[in-house]
Design a protein around this ligand. Sequence first.
Ligand code: SF4
Length: 357
Amino acid sequence: MTGSRDQLGLTLSDHPRIRRSLPVLDERLRGTKFVSLTPKSILNSPQQTGVDFWSLNPYVGCEFGCSYCYARYAHRYVVERAHDTGTLSDGEFQEFRGPHGWEAFERRIFVKDQLLGALEADLRRYYRSIGPSARQSVPIVIGTATDPYQPAERRFRLTRLILERLARCEGLNIGIITKSPLVARDRDVLRRLQDSNDLEVYVSLISVDGALIRKIEARSPLPAVRLRALQRLTAAGINAGLIVAPVLPGITDDLSHLEALFGAARGAGARFVHAGPLRLYGAVRERFLPVLGQHFPELEERYARAYARRSNAPRGYATALTRRIKRLQRRYGFPVNDGMQDRYERRLSPTQGELAL
Ligand code: SF4
């Protein structure tokens, strides 16, 4: 996190707007609560976040609960600031933090309220700072810190609202990242958006092995469901592809595993496949390493050595993985790029460390 604004578009002065009596919008049987949050702005500039794209996240927290998710820090930041400023009592702070500091990310979801008004003001700010000739080169990426099509979107429809508004713009460069098949619901608005803007929809999937996915990602949609959504998007003419992030060393980086993903992407009509290695930031370690120890104890020592003093993958590993990905991109007929360095890592990992072996 850089500057005075976090990745979720909340300045410190916004946090008092998390009122002491948090409006609960919905609650699930298993205890997940959805509470209202009214930020002043929702579009974050590169200057505010320290990355080279604008970002937008309609929710804070994510029910999918991937063990490698780096966005937990953002939820923790919102909760801790609200506590620091006295808008959350000690008891509420404990509830919104969870016993280990990471659970609430999946179980206390902030739903941004009144976001269309904020977006109007943000778009004026965006146009002022970018200028008409540079719009195509400065992307707006939706879903950098939480999944914009997580289950909450089915009811609250915030992402759809945003896309409806952006579809009235021209010449923008927009990226959307999601693991959810719900993205296919919005094929109509995505088509309209794409008619006058440059659009890339990234369906995120690290493996076609459903059993493996369930070990690593607590409640994410299973691979076949995501691939079907990708197929529905591409069949509708939407510029969509696969993003394989993170590639997990020793778990999903073998050739047969990656070939299965590339083949599935081809079968679903993907226009591109991007991939990049795991990064192991501080907040990620707390959640991911116990899961690794539970399911892959034989890899614990290897990960400990590789990530002892760094969050990024060792250079040699990252280079070898990039070579492998490029070969696969060529073989399966996808555009060849420098992997995540080109399309994703550089843009989407502003505040976390990354892991790679
Ligand atoms: S879907 Fe994305 S935002 Fe949600 S938990 Fe998984 S990695 Fe994090």
